[in-house]
Design a protein around this ligand. Structure first.
Ligand code: HEC
Ligand code: HEC
Length: 250
């Protein structure tokens, strides 16, 4: 018998074996909004496919990152000096649109779903193994996010890819859901202290410029496309957006 090697498939299979009953229980109390994945966790462990059913992947097309026109990921980010506008407000909107290349990148959206659990990859397919939000945005009872996600990215030993990691690692609260939302809606949410964790604009800047989990998006581990530009540039764009009035696209 060969030694168990760490791969995405073994992690998923082990988790399904361990937790099929947990998911079944959770699925009854949590909205099954994330596509057809509610079917997979309830399947008996011995019959459970390791990957989501094809229809689950297909219905994922309602997720923002997969909407038409958004499949091409931004790979470059312009500096604030390069962003112009007829007046301050127009420039502010243009600055937020540039920030949007980061904000709507799958590295961010995979953790900022509106409904359902986290998603994975540049195509934002449902998390495998199937994962629910749980009451504390930290997964179902007995299978918190940090069961698998450590403090750092961990590369697979026998195939390309990695388990992403950072401390803390958890899902953004529902009020901060972005996937599928327009940039205008995301902007309004981000400025609303009722929905953004009580932050003023200065705290939003601080989060964008210095938060470690945001920074993970530029160092996402083997097999994952980093967000465009750098966190430093993203912080500079946010600063310029605030200085020009923090206007939102309409
Ligand atoms: C049973 C193990 C396990 C648990 C529990 C788990 N994950 Fe994951 N997660 C993984 C693995 C493995 C991957 C990497 C899949 C791949 O890309 O190969 C992953 C990938 C991800 C990604 C994809 C990153 C990207 O941009 O592609 C996100 C986001 C994520 N997990 C969030 C979460 C959150 C939030 C929780 C808790 C609610 C959670 N995960 C719980 C195993 C787990
Ligand atoms: C591993 C999951 C994860 C990833 C990846 C992630 N976030 Fe978050 N995000 C969170 C959590 C959890 C919170 C809530 C934490 C808090 O309020 O302090 C949050 C809150 C926020 C907030 C504050 C509230 C709001 O919505 O206005 C902003 C802004 C934000 N994230 C931006 C980003 C950006 C930009 C990226 C990508 C560059 C990103 N996040 C990637 C989990 C994540």
């Amino acid at each position: 018998m060969t030694r168990l090697k760490l791969t995405a498939a073994t992690v998923s299979a082990l988790a399904l074996l361990m937790t099929a009953p947990v998911f079944a229980q959770e699925a009854a109390t949590t909205e099954p909004a994330q596509t057809g994945t509610d079917a997979a966790p309830m399947a008996p462990a011995d019959a459970a496919p390791v990957t989501p059913a094809p229809e689950a992947a297909a219905s994922g097309s309602t997720i923002a990152g997969q909407a038409e026109g958004q499949m091409v990921l931004a790979t470059e980010l312009q500096a604030p000096e390069a962003i112009t506008g007829a007046d301050d407000t127009a420039r502010s909107v243009a600055l937020f649109q540039e920030m949007g290349k980061v904000i709507t990148h799958p590295r961010c959206l995979n953790c900022h779903p509106v409904t359902g659990g986290p998603t994975q990859g540049d195509d934002m397919h449902p998390h495998s193994p199937p994962m629910v939000r749980g009451v504390a945005d930290f997964g179902p009872d007995g299978l918190s996010c940090t069961t698998c996600h450590g403090a750092e990215n961990v590369a697979y030993s026998v195939e390309t890819g990695s388990i992403p990691g950072h401390s803390p690692w958890q899902l953004a609260p529902e009020s901060m859901g972005w996937a599928g939302q327009s940039l205008a809606n995301i902007c309004t949410q981000m400025k609303d202290p009722e929905r953004n964790g009580g932050r003023d604009l200065e705290a939003i800047w601080e989060h964008h410029a210095n938060d470690g989990l945001v920074g993970w998006a530029w160092d996402p581990g083997q097999g994952r496309t980093p967000a465009p530009g750098s966190q430093e540039l993203f912080g500079q764009l946010t600063r310029a957006w605030i200085e020009t009035g923090a206007a939102c696209p309409s």
